[in-house]
Design a protein around this ligand. Structure first.
Ligand SMILES: [Zn+2]
Length: 258
């Protein structure tokens, strides 16, 4: 497995510092969480501040792979409101443009939410998200970056909170799939998510199966057996404390040795 972590754990630190920490601790991937100061629109408007040339040289020299998590807070590609869908599409495309400039392998995004517990409305939301994300997929192909759609925790308002819905969205968009193994653990048959087509990589975090807690690996009851871990080609530890990221890395190594 190639292992990395989400910049969530070191949020607000400059990218160069995050990369240096990753190399020191022998990680092979970084997933940049594009919220706040890393909002792609802001980055694209202030490229000279990021010093992309130096960053790219550093990434290449140290053989680090970059994955990107698009902004999702307050965005919704499945929105009933066309203005919100258009803005979501615009920001995902801006993320893909940033991904292209930093030679990222993939951009993960969420399929969105639906606020009404009615099948008819949910079906419309699924159609909307497929339509929005298809436009993003076309753009992703143009710039040569994988667009990857993530599964969500089990809650009625989240789209792709069951494998059938995740599969439907991924297959119709023609994108890759990101499997969040913590989100998966809130579903009754977690391993069914392994059958979703085009899985590119995994977000790794743990919980007690009741809600999305983002615990260190091994502190909840998600399956982190060596059988599961051996199926993970690219894994991103997604936790909000860097100490817990290191603890989880150790846990993975131990599991893989057993
Ligand atoms: Zn996510």
């Amino acid at each position: 497995m190639k292992l990395g972590f989400s910049s969530l754990a070191l949020f607000m630190k400059p990218l160069k510092d995050i990369l240096e920490i990753a190399i020191k601790d022998k990680f092979e991937i970084i997933e940049i969480l594009c919220e706040g100061p890393y909002l792609p629109r802001y980055i694209l408007e202030h490229l000279e501040e990021l010093n992309l040339k130096e960053i790219n040289e550093f990434i290449e020299l140290n053989n680090i792979e970059i994955f990107i998590h698009s902004p999702t807070i307050d965005l919704n590609p499945a929105s009933m409101n066309i203005g919100i869908r258009q803005e979501s599409e615009k920001q995902i495309k801006e993320t893909l443009e940033f991904a292209h400039l930093i030679n990222a392998k993939a951009v993960t995004t969420h399929p969105g939410i639906v606020h009404r517990r009615e099948k008819r409305i949910r079906d419309i939301a699924i159609e909307y998200t497929i339509d929005t994300l298809k436009h993003c997929q076309d753009y992703a192909e143009k710039v040569g970056v994988n667009l990857s759609i993530e599964n969500m925790p089990k809650r009625f308002s989240y789209l792709a909170s069951c494998p059938q819905e995740h599969e439907k969205i991924v297959a119709n968009v023609g994108s890759s799939a990101t499997i969040d193994w913590g989100h998966v653990n809130t579903y009754k048959n977690p391993h069914d998510f392994l059958k979703v087509s085009n899985i590119l990589y995994f977000h790794l975090n743990d919980n007690s199966a009741i809600k999305d807690q983002h615990l260190s690996l091994g502190e909840g009851n998600a399956d982190f057996s060596s059988e599961f871990l051996k199926q993970v080609k690219y894994g991103i530890i997604e936790l909000n404390s860097y100490d817990n990221v290191l603890k989880s890395k150790e846990f993975i190594n131990k599991q893989l040795q057993s």
